[in-house]
Ligand binder design. Structure first.
Ligand SMILES: [Zn+2]
Length: 477
């Protein structure tokens, strides 16, 4: 058992005294110490009505604080003088630290971030449900299942991607997606599948190349669906919904047949809530991060909007179900997005509203051989300068020289991508510093019983530690 001295120092001795098997008892003291002054720390700890029966944990992947602020500008009604609040703004609880426990890197990836969220253990980048010594660690989803609750994972990424994977799989490398999908099927708790509702992309890892897992799930009573209509018509308590081979398309680019994040969330909750013992549901807005990497501000706003709707939905659910806790946070920030670049004190979301497609979508279309001229005309909703158009065409032409397998391909793809993102980043005055992640603290939002425990500046491991603690004090049905 390993304790992490990054938590409040007083908590380490307390946790040892507590002797929790999972080493998570320290959260009782660590996260409530000094930052929940309006409520006695022991209220939720003692397991009364302040102990949530249901937990909805929302992850805005890559949703650093600048994303929340930028989205406020973007969502604001320009007709009114005051800037409108977003759905998140009234529920800010505090911030959280995101650093991993990695021998080489001190800025986290989504795997280490999600393992902290799911298990309460800091670990190395790439790790899925294993600690820094590659030992399997129990997750809050597994604890929920042990307690007889229903469980769900919902993501706009592949459902085997780092964030959902870290709740129900244990591998030392996030790229082992076949194995992650296998574990979703094979690992059981008390003879039952761990996850009752799995919704997202990643069909590739459930088909005939990986042991026909969809068929196996079907045989075990799951409804298996691949479009919104079938999802909504399905009445089974257990469902596997795979809506894309890989990541789901961004909301701005998605075909009608695809469910939106909030529709997947709604479908999940309707199945999970029938369990008297409660449920644990993780909902991930994954493509916030996936748009941040290519510095695609249009994609970021598209996915922030989808995530806000999911957050709002969860909040409304919690208000009408007082036994439900909702927490929303991010695993890290992505891209170093800046609201205003250059010398002017201006950020212009109007240009982003004019976009008809994300830059990532346009890049992919051109890379797949579509006529750049047509992609440009169909994608930007404003006039792009001739020099910027020529630059895009030149980079598109250069990409044609390479095969996807060539080592030069990736670098040239990046050049094309940068050329496509530049007009909208210039027009909207959006700055970026990297194609990777950045290490600033991220915001925590929440509501419902136990939400006080997430106040102040907490550690990303406290999310799991708090939830473990709630589940430890589950009221026996
Ligand atoms: Zn990322």
């Amino acid at each position: 058992m390993k304790f992490y001295n990054k938590l409040a120092t007083v908590s380490v001795t307390s946790a040892i005294v507590m002797g929790s098997v999972l080493g998570n008892a320290q959260s009782t003291f660590a996260s409530s110490g000094g930052n929940s002054s309006d409520q006695p720390a022991d209220v939720s700890y003692m397991g009364n009505t302040k102990n949530p029966k249901n937990v909805i944990f929302l992850v805005g992947d890559g949703m650093g604080p600048s994303y929340n602020s930028a989205y406020r500008y973007f969502a604001d009604n320009p007709e009114t003088k005051e800037m409108d609040k977003t759905a998140f703004d009234n529920y800010l609880l505090g911030t959280q630290r995101t650093n991993p426990d990695d021998p080489k890197e001190n800025v986290t990836d989504s795997a280490a971030g999600a393992t902290a969220f799911s298990s309460g253990h800091k670990t190395f980048n790439g790790a899925i449900g294993v600690d820094a010594n590659k030992q399997k660690v129990k997750t809050v989803l597994e604890q929920a299942k042990e307690n007889g609750k229903s469980t769900g994972l919902v993501s706009t990424a592949e459902i085997t991607d780092a964030t959902p994977a870290a709740y129900a799989a244990h591998v030392d490398d996030r790229d082992k997606k076949d194995e992650i999908a296998q574990q979703f099927y094979n690992d059981k708790i008390n003879g039952k599948h761990k996850v009752d509702v799995l919704l997202g992309g990643g069909a590739e890892y459930f088909g005939d190349k990986n042991g026909n897992l969809t068929d196996k799930f079907k045989k075990d009573g799951y409804d298996v669906v691949d479009n919104k209509t079938d999802l909504q018509n399905s009445t089974s308590k257990q469902v596997l919904g795979l809506f894309a081979d890989n990541d789901m398309p961004l909301q701005i680019d998605a075909p009608e047949k695809n469910p939106k994040l909030v529709e997947m969330e709604d479908s999940a909750i309707k199945r999970l809530e029938s369990n008297d013992k409660g449920f644990f549901l993780m909902v991930e807005g994954a493509s916030i991060d996936k748009s941040g990497h290519p510095n695609d501000v249009t994609g970021v706003m598209s996915e922030m909007s989808g995530f806000e709707k999911s957050f709002d939905y969860a909040m409304n659910y919690a208000k009408s179900h007082p036994d439900t806790l909702v927490v929303a946070t991010a695993d890290h920030s992505t891209g170093g997005m800046t609201i205003a670049k250059g010398k002017d004190y201006v950020w212009n979301p109007k240009a982003i509203h004019q976009m008809k497609h994300s830059g990532s979508y346009m890049t992919k279309e051109i890379a797949e051989g579509k006529d750049p001229e047509k992609v440009i005309n169909d994608g930007y909703g404003f006039e792009v300068s001739n020099s910027q158009i020529s630059k895009i065409k030149d980079e598109a032409e250069a990409l044609k020289k390479y095969d996807e397998e060539d080592k030069e391909y990736e670098a040239q793809f990046q050049k094309l991508q940068d050329a496509i993102q530049k007009p909208i980043n210039d027009k909207s005055h959006t700055g970026w510093t990297t194609n990777g992640h950045t290490g600033e603290d991220v915001n925590t939002y929440g509501f419902g019983p136990g939400s006080d425990r997430f106040k102040g500046n907490i550690d990303n491991t406290d999310n799991a530690n708090n939830i473990f603690d709630f589940f430890k004090h589950d009221v026996k049905q």
